[in-house]
Design a protein around this ligand. Sequence first.
Ligand SMILES: Cc1cc2nc3c(=O)[nH]c(=O)nc-3n(C[C@H](O)[C@H](O)[C@H](O)COP(=O)(O)O)c2cc1C
Length: 174
Amino acid sequence: MACTAENRARFPLEILDAIVDSWAPGRVGTKLSPALTGVGNFIAGVETLETFEYLVGQLSKRHLAYLHLMNPISVLTGTQVEIVGPGVAKHFRPLYSGSLIANGGYSFETGNALVRDGFADAVAFGAPFISNPDLVERFSNDLKLNPSNPDTYYSGGAAGYVDYPTAAEQVAAR
Ligand SMILES: Cc1cc2nc3c(=O)[nH]c(=O)nc-3n(C[C@H](O)[C@H](O)[C@H](O)COP(=O)(O)O)c2cc1C
C-alpha cells in the first residue's frame, strides 16, 4: 500500500465512519493533536502536515458535531513549541467548515481573541480546569487562577486531581 496521506488517514476515518453509522454525524466529535514538530509521544515527519491537512479536509465533509484541535504543546510544561504558521486553529480553519474547538496553552484573553477573530468557534481548557474546579466562575469574575502542578499529573492517585480549592473555599480559608 502506498504511503500517501489518504492511506495514512484511512484508519481514523474508517473508525469515525463506523461510529457515525451508529450515532449520526451530529452526535460525534473528534480531537486531533497535529504535533507538527513532535512533542510528547509523537515524532513528526515530513509527511505530518500533509497528512493532517488531508484528514481535516476529509473530516470537514462529514458534518461532525465538532473538530477539536490541540496545539503542539508539552502537557507537562505547557511550553508552546514552534508550529507551522500561527497555530493549529489558524492553520486548519480554512480547511474545516464545521464547529472548530481550539485547545492548548490558551488563556481567557487569548482564547477569546481567537474566537473573536473567527479562527475557532470555542476554546477548550485542560490543565487550568484541573487546578481550577471553578474555572468558568473564575473567568466570569476575573479571578486569579490556581497554578497547576505537573508533578501530580499521571501520578495514579487522587492528589492533584480533586483537591484544588475553589475561589470560594480559598476566601473561606483566609
Ligand atoms: C494530566 C493531564 C491529562 C490529560 N489527559 C488527556 C487525555 O486523556 N486525552 C486527551 O485528549 N487529552 C488529555 N490531556 C490534554 C488536555 O486535554 C489538553 O489538550 C492539554 O492539556 C492542552 O490544553 P491546556 O493548555 O488548556 O492544558 C491531558 C492533560 C493533562 C494535563
